[in-house]
Design a binder for this molecule. Sequence first.
Ligand SMILES: NC(=O)c1ccc[n+]([C@@H]2O[C@H](COP(=O)([O-])OP(=O)(O)OC[C@H]3O[C@@H](n4cnc5c(N)ncnc54)[C@H](OP(=O)(O)O)[C@@H]3O)[C@@H](O)[C@H]2O)c1
Length: 227
Amino acid sequence: MQHILITGANRGIGLQLTKHYLQAGWQVIATYRNAYDNDALQALECPQLAMLQVDVGSDEDLRNLATHLHGRGLDLVINNAGIYGPRDQTLGTIDRQTWRQILEVNTISPLMLAQALADNLAQNQGTLAIISSRVGSIDDNSGGAGYMYRSSKTAVNQVTKSLSIDLAPRHIKVVALHPGWVQTDMGGPNALITVTESVAGLTNVIANLTSAQSGQFINYDGDGINW
Ligand SMILES: NC(=O)c1ccc[n+]([C@@H]2O[C@H](COP(=O)([O-])OP(=O)(O)OC[C@H]3O[C@@H](n4cnc5c(N)ncnc54)[C@H](OP(=O)(O)O)[C@@H]3O)[C@@H](O)[C@H]2O)c1
């Protein structure tokens, strides 16, 4: 049986990823930030599902996670947890504290999670998938603005690249994935695709990932994205 850990699994893309891997017969550790906001996970009532409270920005929670794992191997870790911040991120609206909070969740925490779980992934020669965003692509930026969210995803792409190099000797693959513009609380109702379509694509990309693709930025349909 294969083992996966997913962050931000209580709603949106993370919840759908959890459902997908449970249906595929994996042992799933689904983590959520708030104990009072995990009803959708609780409702899954599946013996292969373990739920754990992890605020990805909390070192204490990451230590508890390591204790919970007790050295067990992981085949796949999906760093899905993320925040957008204020909808309006145009020039003149940006404040330092809000930007720092977004960087904390979207950029710093994925690296801290990777540090905490590298040994578990190495045991199973596993994969670390970091859910990034196309709006983090400098090449793709024709619209401007979005300063805080865009930069947090651009920076996590660089984190992904370094991790892929540093973890290659331990046979861990690391990729940054764009899930599409998805109908979730973050993506909004006008987004182009459903969580089901996004997760079908993401999980297909992950299932077919080669070592040569480690360190790449990949769309949910399998196409590469320029940095
Ligand atoms: N939807 C899109 O169109 C889109 C496009 C590109 C990229 N993405 C990326 O895809 C990922 C998932 O997005 P989504 O659309 O599913 O968003 P969502 O519906 O807003 O869900 C975000 C998830 O992240 C969790 N989270 C936020 N901060 C956290 C923290 N400090 N610790 C642990 N969990 C935390 C949330 O938990 P709570 O419920 O406790 O808040 C929630 O489970 C994000 O990384 C996002 O940037 C989304």
